[in-house]
Every structure is written in C-alpha cells, then in structure tokens.
Design a protein around this ligand. Sequence first.
Ligand code: HEC
Length: 145
Amino acid sequence: MRRVLRIVIVALAGLLVLAQFVPVDRTNPPVEGDVAAPPEVESALRTACYDCHSNETTWPWYGHVAPVSWLLAYDVSAGREELNFSSWQNDDARRRQKKQKEIVETLGEGEMPPWYYLAMHPDARRADLQLIRRWAEASADSAQP
Ligand code: HEC
C-alpha cells in the first residue's frame, strides 16, 4: 500500500513538472482604442477589471505556474473576448451599449469581479464598483442604438 502511494506521489510530481512545459499564452496585445472613461472610473476599471478585460493584464507570479497558469490564461482570453476595454473605441455604438448593459447587470448581481479574483486582490475589493456601475448606466442610456 505504501509502495503504491509512493508511486502515485512520484507520478503526480512528474506530471506537475511536465505541466510547466505546456506553452501558455500570456501576451498583452497592443492597446488600440482604450475606453477613456472619466479618470476615477478608469482607475476603478483598471483596479478591478483590467486584468481580464483589457490588453494590459498584470500576470502574477503564480500565473506562471501550471496548472494555475492555465486557468488564468483561460480567464483572460474568455474575459477579453466578452469585453475588452483596450479596444472599446473600436467597437460600434451598438455593441458598446450592449456591453454597458451587461456591466450594469453583472455588477448588480455581484458576479464581477469573480470571487477568486477578489480573494487574491485586496485592492480590487476596495475598488469603487458603484462608480463603474453608474458610469455604465449613464452611458448606456445616452448612447445611440
Ligand atoms: C479574473 C478575471 C476577471 C475579472 C477581474 C473580471 N472579469 Fe468580467 N468576465 C471574466 C470572464 C472569464 C468572463 C466571460 C465568462 C463569464 O461570463 O463568466 C467575463 C464576463 C464579463 C461580462 C459579460 C457577462 C455576460 O453577461 O456575459 C461582463 C459585463 C464583465 N465580465 C464585466 C466585468 C467588470 C465590470 C469587471 C470589473 C469590475 C470584471 N468583469 C472583472 C473574467 C473577469
């Protein structure tokens, strides 16, 4: 029994080492058309949302260690696909308005930022999400359909 346990542990350790060699895309593409919200809104967005919803992701040290790195890379690519503040100006008014409504909804439901992100980022816990919500609400109303 102890022999089996030892083999399992060694195998798992080996897999973990091998996992580090799987390439992970941690690139930050160029910023083309940043959201340019009012400074205090932009600052809250940067603190609470930019790591997953912009091309200015700050990758933490643990973001370089598999398998955590895979989860982070997935979040960033899925997050950017849904909503990317770095290419905000390039989106047409219709899409921006849709995204603003989604921002109001997700913030209202407390879905964003994800809980595990808040757990690792105390500064994001202090970010003024209401400010972001009011900004999104106001601009969603004023934007042309
Ligand atoms: C840890 C990464 C992460 C952070 C930080 C984060 N998000 Fe997200 N967000 C995601 C991912 C991944 C998705 C796409 C998958 C999903 O809907 O869960 C998403 C989806 C969204 C969507 C689309 C939801 C929908 O209706 O489909 C909105 C809007 C959004 N996020 C807003 C925000 C805002 C605003 C912030 C900052 C206050 C934020 N997010 C912070 C990862 C993140």
